[in-house]
Ligand binder design. Structure first.
Ligand SMILES: [Zn+2]
Length: 432
């Protein structure tokens, strides 16, 4: 891909004016931008290659193949790589870690994160670049971002800017459906982050012109309610009690009233009730049996809870337990939680990363980015490293996340790659 003639004209105008934005770039940074531009054809070819490897989360063979591509490329840039396998029972491919470690890094220790899996299982859409739009399975979420990350590193390595730096890449193999418990499937990500200072993640920006500096965490909950099975003629009378379904309705109505506004959302996603229920967690499906003239004996509800930080999450759990505990006659409820993603609150540290990104964007003539509302998107791998300064959404622009017709704007690839290269350069070499 070549820069459009308008782009060249703008560059010439900017370069000639005394107040040129390009003046904000050091000579080394200008060289990075030129290198990225010169390699856009290669970058597109790499994107085509990885998009055409099917790598739905449960396609462990495909995810590993995508991993091998990045592993080889990163080894070529002087990174030491290792593959982290998951336990067989988890049915996940594992993760790729690549690192260049300096005993005395000059600047920040940077961690770049991406994921190799896509939401699409089976054969996804092939790569297609037509009419100014790139399509293909995982092209925006997030093979586009993975390739941006790689080509930013290629430019940095070519300029000698990875020397003396500590920089790590962590590509997960199950971001779209993380192996549970996440305390196990994300243990290594957390460990690698603990050896880093700053995290940049290359997911796409869901809302154009924004960067993600926080996201709510997610916990799963399971509500099991028991009632006294009996003749329906006595329901809500001393002899019959409320039954499991009335009691569960009371509890869920309590949740609805308590969480209708604010940061925290509580969603019941599945409800099975009657005299007998069976739930299969691996399928996310179940059956229930009952009769209209029998008071329901049992209910199972599966839901989630989203909150910005641990304190908010624990307060919400306490409120939910309180609601569940005030049982109607002849019923009892058991409410259990499993934390899947920790919360990722927006911090000053995260905002300081945005400042660096915007300074670089300004120097490159790119429009400033604003912080996205943390409540507007689901949790991701960035949540697990939220104890560091983190910015996410540095990937490519496009549409149709998690939809079969997802697409990328090809003109966003070069600017995203240049921005990433210069941002990383400034983090690794703050004195430049
Ligand atoms: Zn993603």
């Amino acid at each position: 891909m070549r820069r459009s003639s308008l782009g060249v004209l703008v560059s010439i105008l900017l370069a000639s004016g005394p107040a040129s934005l390009a003046q904000d770039l050091s000579p080394a940074e200008k060289k990075l931008a030129q290198t990225v531009d010169a390699r856009l054809g290669d970058e597109m070819a790499a994107l085509e290659k990885v998009v055409n490897i099917d790598s739905g989360t449960f396609n462990t063979v495909g995810v590993r193949e995508v991993g091998r591509f990045f592993e080889k490329e990163l080894q070529g840039l002087g990174f030491t790589t290792r593959w982290l396998s998951m336990p067989d029972a988890m049915h996940r491919a594992g993760h790729l870690v690549a690192e260049r470690v300096s005993a005395k890094p000059l600047g920040k220790r940077v961690l770049l994160i991406g994921h190799m899996d896509t939401v699409f299982e089976g054969q996804g859409h092939r790569f297609q670049n037509e009419g100014g739009v790139i399509r293909g399975a995982g092209v925006i979420d997030m093979k586009g971002g993975d390739v941006v990350l790689l080509f930013a590193l290629r430019a940095l390595e070519g300029a000698g800017l990875l020397k003396g730096a500590t920089i790590r890449v962590f590509l997960t193999g199950d971001e779209e459906n993380p192996g549970l418990p996440t305390s196990e499937s994300r243990r290594d990500l957390v460990a690698v982050a603990k050896e880093s200072d700053i995290v940049l993640s290359f997911e796409p920006a869901l809302v154009a012109g924004t960067i993600v500096l926080g996201r709510r965490g997610q916990s799963a909950w399971s509500l099991d309610v028991t009632g006294a099975q009996g003749h329906s003629a006595y329901v809500l009378r001393p002899r019959g009690g409320a039954g499991a379904i009335y009691e569960t309705s009371r509890i869920l109505e309590g949740f609805r009233a308590a969480f209708s506004a604010g940061n925290v959302t509580v969603n019941p996603g599945l409800f099975l009730g009657g005299t007998d229920v069976a739930y299969d967690a691996t399928k996310g499906a179940g059956t229930s049996a009952g009769k209209w003239n029998v008071i329901a004996r049992t209910v199972t509800v599966k839901g989630d809870l989203r909150a910005l930080d641990d304190a908010e999450r624990e307060a919400a759990k306490a409120r939910m337990r309180e609601i569940a505990a005030t049982s109607l006659p002849k019923t009892s409820a058991k409410l259990e939680f499993e934390d899947v993603y920790p919360g990722w609150p927006t911090t000053d540290g995260n905002r300081s990363v945005l400042k660096i990104i915007n300074a670089v964007g300004h120097a490159l003539g790119q429009p400033p980015l604003t912080e996205a509302d943390p409540a507007t998107r689901g949790a991701g791998d960035s949540n697990f490293v939220a104890f560091l300064s983190v910015a996410d959404g540095l990937g490519v622009k496009g549409e149709g996340f998690h939809a079969p017709d997802e697409s990328v704007d090809p003109t966003s690839i070069g600017p995203a790659t240049t921005r990433a290269a210069v941002v990383i350069a400034r983090l690794l070499h703050p004195t430049n």
